[in-house]
Design a protein around this ligand. Sequence first.
Ligand code: NAD
Ligand code: UD1
Length: 349
Amino acid sequence: MNSQTVLVTGGAGYIGSHACVELLKAGYHVVVVDNLSNSKSESLLRVQHITGKSLTFYQVDIRDKQALTEIFDKESPTTVIHFAGLKAVGESCEQPQLYYHNNVFGTLVLTEVMSNANVKQLVFSSSATVYGESTFPQYTEDFPLGAINPYGRSKAMIEDILRDLYAADKISQTNSPWKIALLRYFNPIGAHESGMIGEDPNGIPNNLMPYVAQVAIGKLPQLSVFGDDYPTRDGTGIRDYIHVVDLVKGHLNAIQALNNHCFEAGGCKAYNLGAGKGYSVLEIIKTFEQVTGKLINYKISPRRTGDLAECFANPDLALKELNWKVEKDLHDMVTDTWNWQTKNPQGYI
Ligand code: NAD
Ligand code: UD1
């Protein structure tokens, strides 16, 4: 068992709530800081119900330096997992200042408070979106970065800031070094197998899986398949979908790596979290139909601006250094999405 306290920013959200379940199950003390701008505290009640364990929740914005400092003073975390952020690509193009203020400035405040409290272990939610476009669709961590929208650029800027923080401590040699894992997620989908927590998008979903689930349950009339003329096996876009429970387990492995000899002298390293293979939009639809017995009403529409034909991870580094790989398959992802959707047709209410 574990007596470390992990502070989870954004812990009430989709990925954060699943992380809290796994952290509590592994014996960590969990402190959540979330302003509930894109979530409901009900998710945290359900996390505690699933695990039979309690966590501490502060409804606080990470940009509120004083409140955050008080939380660090009171709770003495050893590690922070930083999920808090805004994540809608379209909205980030309409309101870039909001995204840079929330995501980038929020991380600056968080890391200042961490430095002051001498808490220097951080696991950060980055994204495959930070990579530039490539003719070869499988990404390794050393591939050049080149985000193409404000959301993606906010993630790339934060990665730069965190690399700089680590480098600054290395130069001064007086401080304890930063230990930072930048986890670049591919496409998280699915839900906890209990069906009690899952993805609860605000309004009409932007992403494929929640959209398909809402068509299947009758909340939305029809799915638009964005393009069937890509140079892929069936013409539709291919992505590396990863079960959210597999994804959050990668964070626990990252904490262990930060604690052990790999990061003894500090470090700031990026890891891809993906399955290493992709599925097309039509393959997702077909699997959804097979698992649920529902027909998905869809039509072929024009391509969505900014979409790549194909994108999947090379997850070898995470296997080698974090001892992590995915365990669940597409059938599990669809089954758990559908279980969550049918048990919570209106999301958290
Ligand atoms: P989410 O919106 O469900 O969770 C984010 C949480 O952060 C929410 O609970 C929100 O209320 C909180 N939050 C936002 N700004 C905050 C602030 N200033 N102070 C305190 N709390 C704040 O999103 P998610 O899907 O769980 O994503 C978690 C993280 O992973 C995000 O940083 C996101 O960019 C990143 N990510 C997500 C995906 C994905 O497909 N879901 C892919 C790659 C990266
Ligand atoms: C999108 C974001 C990315 C973010 C990721 C996970 C864009 C351009 N990119 O990536 O920054 O990190 O979500 O949150 O928004 N599709 C349809 N119809 C739909 C929705 C999607 O055909 O209604 C297709 C897309 O064209 C794509 C695939 O489904 O081929 C997956 O789309 P989506 O779930 O939005 O993920 P990404 O595009 O990979």
